[in-house]
Design a protein around this ligand. Structure first.
Ligand code: UDP
Length: 317
């Protein structure tokens, strides 16, 4: 079976490529390398360095494929607030093109990287797939719009699809060509920022007055290898026409201070930090209800926060 992995040169997409290949899948990759890295692309794949905004690039990338894992897209909340047009054009416009080209090529299986940002500020925790969807930024709004587009495509044209709503993805995989780790510039994610913290440049804790046990935000972290395991299970579950949505997290939460503590024990020394104002758009607590993925996909995350921190630390060399 040949899979097109869009965004296959990025952090999560390249991890998917590696695991798919290790399980015997053939892989095509479409990535414009705007945030991905060509050196993440392994030998043995068909790599099209191209854009979802160019339908002939998509057509070329789909050649010989039976299914698509769609990771490509813009994914920074802050940037999406400043440049919503970029997010609507690349994420929604790009996915519209992908769906059109898949229909033309008669490819009917799709796994899509959606996000917990589709839910916005939760009323009830943990967050289930039936929770209200009220995104608080353009990033979440575009992921929600794409989910709706996929539902319509399934209804109208027989697509078989699953949208996987990620909570906080962390950790990394060591491949034959090195660690497939987060390489964002600037880095905004907590775990890499904590691990790079120095007394000269301490990590900022965004808010210590949240209504939580220690005053810092709580998030649900899931290891990228567990996340991709869910993608493959979701792919294998696609059979009949339709669109299913699954939350992917761990089902539990860690506060920012608890992530600092886990990092401190991995490094073996105190982590320098500075208490800072809250970051705009941050909800206090996000925890996934993952019971649907456990029940329907027979999926269970197995790597804890210690593994996520430990792998990220090892990847820094
Ligand atoms: N955070 C922080 N300092 C940082 C980066 C993040 O205190 O340098 C906090 C952030 O406010 C949130 C949590 O850590 O509560 C996770 O943030 P991250 O950007 O990793 O993921 P997000 O939840 O925004 O997807």
């Amino acid at each position: 079976m040949r899979i097109l992995v869009t965004g296959g040169a990025g952090y999560i997409g390249s991890t998917a490529v590696d695991i798919l290949m290790s399980q015997g899948f053939d892989v095509n990759i479409l990535d414009d390398c705007s945030t991905g890295h060509a050196d993440n692309v392994p030998a043995g794949t068909t790599f099209i360095q191209g854009s979802l905004l160019n339908t002939s690039d998509i057509g070329q990338a789909l050649k010989g494929c039976d299914a698509v894992m769609h990771f490509a897209g813009k994914s920074l909340v802050g940037e999406s607030v400043e440049k919503p047009e970029l997010y609507w054009s690349v994420n929604v416009g790009g996915t519209r093109n992908l769906l059109d080209e898949m229909r033309r090529a008669n490819i009917q299986k799709l796994i899509f990287s959606s996000s917990a940002a589709t839910y916005g500020e939760p009323e009830v925790l943990p967050i289930s797939e039936g929770a209200p969807t009220r995104p608080t930024n353009a990033y979440g709004a575009t992921k929600l719009a794409i989910d709706a587009m996929i539902t319509d495509e399934a209804r109208g044209h027989g697509l078989c699809a699953a949208s996987l709503r990620y909570f906080n993805v962390a950790g990394c995989l060591k491949s034959a060509r090195g660690w497939l780790t987060e390489r964002h510039n600037p880095e905004t994610h907590l775990i890499p920022n904590v691990l790079r913290s120095t007394s000269a440049n301490p990590v900022k804790i965004f808010g210590s007055d949240w209504p939580t046990k220690d005053g810092t935000c709580i998030r649900d972290y899931v290891h990228v290898v567990d996340l991709i395991d869910a993608h493959i299970k979701a792919l294998n579950s696609l059979g009949k026409t339709g669109h299913e949505i699954f939350n992917l997290g761990s089902g539990g939460g860690y506060s920012v201070r608890e992530v600092l503590a886990a990092s401190s024990s991995a490094i073996g020394k105190e982590i320098a930090f500075v208490d800072s104002p809250r970051r705009a758009g941050d909800p206090a607590v996000l925890i996934a209800d993952i019971s649907k993925a456990e029940r329907v996909l027979n999926w269970k995350p197995t790597r804890d926060i210690g593994a996520m921190v430990g792998d990220t630390l090892a990847s820094f060399g």
